[in-house]
Design a protein around this ligand. Structure first.
Ligand code: NAI
Length: 468
């Protein structure tokens, strides 16, 4: 017999970035919150996404640094990889963050349930199949935040041996000698970069004419060139039809009749929303053909009091967008009339080498949107700090609206590629979202010597004057 339902201000299904951000933020505002998670708190980001991937990429960075230590007069010998140790370090970080997050939620008195949550009419949520047993809850508000899973393609079913997605790749105990990465998006480029640095011969197969399709063309060109210098083969405009496994390798068939023999195929062709586990029968919640839950600009579904956020809705599948949506939902629940998220101006960070970071429109997207633009490109080549670090390939490109006098006006987008750009995006993000002009940004002093001087110089160049 199911006990009488306990009522909460907010019941959240899914403990990933969108769900746990809503829980933490809502609890800090005094809301009585239930959070239901069927696997581990932290979601894709913490367990099979951002955190483990960046840890492996950092291992690759350490390897690169040690390989070049001789240039700095440090005799470190020639490095070799013990991927088992790498995996253990990665897991330790993931575990520590998971424990920290769980503790934080408990200290904020969020009530945690272990199991699968399903939504029923009247904002009734049933929990089942986990350590919490069969429980029925009701919420004045409900947030659906069940996330996403890797997409696969026909002919490349995950077999745990030759074909993997990010889920499996992040836990490999040894790296293959050769790998084919299908899909040159963020995940594909990060994995290609990591594996290549650690000694794998990598081929990236991308269906579109360029890798990193959302990025500015100049940025993509630079990444493609840098990849090719490191021995990563990038083939664009290609399709794959299937693969034929052998004993130790498999042969990937391309649409043009060619084939590639490889030890491992990494499928990174996007993620799909995980909406099929949510119940929803008898509710007004709408789901698109692709599986996204339909929401308005405040993440509200068609069912009164029911919200959806994170990878489950058709917005950028980024952890920090999930955080922002989780907080927006709480503000709406509190009646604070929150501003919608400007999705075309969210920050993007891709941690391949060289790193990519951007906010706002690319030159191509700005022109497509009808803007008359002026751009400035400033390279890291002559930047003191980048030279000291020994990593000075890259550029900052600013795209600004052209004023009536021909000069640069409002900054529409900042696109960066190069050393540590993921850590330099902050002020570019502020400039774009504050709707600052190039002249306003150029006034600000950049500390010297830093890599952020390159952004300052690019803004200055747009004013028609420059230093370097
Ligand atoms: P994605 O959608 O960013 O890229 C997938 C790529 O695969 C696209 O370039 C697409 O044209 C290509 N593709 C699709 N089908 C193909 C086929 N049959 N053959 C060859 N190419 C094909 O998806 P991705 O990289 O898997 O990432 C999933 C989500 O996770 C994205 O929303 C991404 O933004 C997010 N993510 C973000 C990261 C970051 O910001 N650092 C890191 C990892 C993931």
């Amino acid at each position: 017999m199911v006990p009488t339902a306990e009522n909460f201000d907010l019941v959240i299904i899914g403990g990933g970035p969108a769900g746990y951000a809503a829980a933490l933020y809502g609890a800090s505002a005094g809301l009585h919150i239930a959070l239901i998670e069927r696997a581990k708190l932290g979601g894709t980001c913490l367990h099979v996404g951002c955190i483990p991937a960046k840890e492996l990429l950092e291992t690759a960075a350490v390897y690169r640094t040690v390989s070049r230590a001789g240039e700095f007069g440090i005799n470190a010998g020639s490095p070799s990889v013990d991927f088992g140790v790498t995996q253990a370090r990665k897991q330790q970080i993931v575990d520590q963050l998971t424990t920290g997050l769980t503790g934080l939620l408990k200290r904020r008195t969020v009530t945690l349930f272990d199991g699968t949550g399903t939504l029923h009419p009247g904002r009734v949520v049933r929990v089942s199949g986990g350590a919490s047993g069969e429980v029925e809850l009701t919420g004045d508000h409900v947030l659906l935040a069940s996330g996403s899973v890797p997409r696969t393609i026909p002919g490349f079913e995950v077999d745990g041996r030759f074909v993997v997605t990010s889920d499996e790749l992040l836990s490999l105990q040894t790296l293959p000698a050769t790998a084919v990465v299908i899909g040159g998006g963020a995940i594909g480029c990060e994995f290609a970069s990591m594996m290549a640095d650690l000694g794998t011969e990598v081929t990236v197969l991308e269906a579109l004419p360029k890798i990193l399709p959302g990025c500015d063309d100049d940025i993509t060109k630079l990444v493609t060139r840098a990849f090719s210098k490191r021995g990563i083969e990038v083939r664009t405009g290609v399709t794959v039809t299937g693969h034929t496994p052998g004993e130790k390798t498999t042969v990937v068939a391309l649409g043009d009749g060619q084939s590639i023999e490889t030890e491992l195929v990494v499928v990174s062709v996007g993620r799909r929303p995980l909406s099929e586990t949510l119940g929803l029968e008898g509710t007004a919640v709408e789901v698109t053909e692709r599986g996204h839950v339909v929401v308005d600009e405040r993440c509200r579904t068609a069912e009164p009091g029911v919200y959806a956020a994170g990878d489950l809705i058709a917005t950028p599948a980024l952890a920090h967008v999930g955080f922002a949506e989780g907080m927006l939902v709480v503000k709406d629940v509190l009646g604070e009339d929150p501003l919608p998220i400007a999705y075309d101006r969210v920050p993007w960070c891709i941690y391949c080498h060289p790193e990519v970071a951007f906010a706002g429109l690319s030159e191509e997207a700005a022109k497509e949107a009808g803007y008359d633009v002026v751009t400035a490109k400033q390279r890291y080549g002559g930047n003191g700090r980048a030279m000291i670090v020994g990593d000075n390939e890259g550029m900052v490109k600013i795209i600004a609206e052209r004023n009536a006098d021909g000069g640069a006006g409002q900054i529409l987008g900042v696109h960066m590629v190069g050393p540590w750009v993921t850590e330099q995006l902050g002020q570019a993000y502020l400039a774009v979202n504050w709707e600052a002009t190039a002249a306003e940004v150029a006034q600000f002093i950049q500390p010297h010597p830093t890599m952020s001087e390159v952004f300052g110089e690019a803004a200055m160049a747009l004013t028609g004057r420059s230093l370097h």
